[in-house]
Design a protein around this ligand. Structure first.
Ligand code: ADP
Length: 227
């Protein structure tokens, strides 16, 4: 599903690469947690996967798409394969919960009829039934993040990337968000999660990839994690 072969990323004229010959293979339906100290290269890794940044060298193949052969006009297709959730939610403040999720479908030309059918189903998955008409400001942080997850998965991507999705949340809301990520993974989506939260890593008991100074320092199944 995700294949990186000796991928290096150097920003500008920086003397040290942000990522240094990283090789990583993630199977379909896996749940992988990426950890590492600030500046280790986690965000760079995710930005290469979403094609927000280009690798300096090495090969990236995702869902059969070789990034070297990907034309700019096909980037929207790639974005449909990969849903992304950020620490700061990035919701549209003046739109309701329903509209925030519907927006992701409007921009790919889905009919109103289909949108009305699809959005409630996704809001149900993220446990936000009944919040359709709420505005983001009326929601808790955990609820906002679950709207962001609904928006990220509404086009049924094969991969969901969650970059510190619980970073702004208290423990109770963080666990609500993690439970939703686990549910989505059970439904068959590959999940890539970055977090600094040791308790979450230890309780999830999933594969943990540790990045240190731009390299993979360890890659373990069912790992626990100590800062
Ligand atoms: P993390 O997400 O693990 O905190 P990052 O991927 O953000 O790490 O950063 C890895 C390294 O790349 C750091 O040294 C950081 O300063 C550098 N870096 C990140 N983004 C940029 C950028 N846009 N321009 C230059 N250097 C960057």
């Amino acid at each position: 599903m995700i294949l990186l072969d000796r991928v290096t990323k150097v920003y500008g004229k920086s003397p040290t690469p942000a990522l240094d010959r990283i090789s990583l293979h993630v199977e379909p339906k896996e749940f992988v947690i990426v950890v590492g100290q600030s500046g280790a290269g986690k965000s760079t890794l995710l930005k290469l996967l979403t094609r927000e940044e280009r690798q300096t060298s090495g090969k990236i193949i995702i869902g059969g798409i070789d990034y070297d052969k990907l034309k700019d006009k096909n980037i929207p297709l790639l974005r449909r394969k990969i849903g992304v959730v950020f620490q700061d939610f990035k919701l549209l403040p003046n739109r309701t919960v329903f509209e925030n999720v519907a927006f992701a479908l409007e921009i790919v030309g889905m009919s109103n009829h289909e949108i009305k059918h699809t959005v409630p189903k996704v809001l149900d998955i993220v446990n936000l039934k009944g919040k359709e008409n709420s505005m983001p400001r009326e929601l808790s942080g955990g609820e906002r993040q679950r709207v962001a997850i609904a928006r990220a998965i509404v086009r049924q991507p094969k991969i969901l990337i969650a970059d510190e999705p619980t970073g702004n949340l208290d423990p109770k809301h963080a666990w609500d968000v993690i439970a939703v990520l686990e549910k989505i993974n059970r439904f068959g989506t590959t999940v890539l999660l970055t977090t600094h939260n040791q308790e979450i890593v230890n309780k999830l008991k999933r594969r943990v990839v540790t990045i240190q100074h731009g390299k993979i320092a360890s890659d373990r199944a069912h790992a626990s994690y100590k800062l």
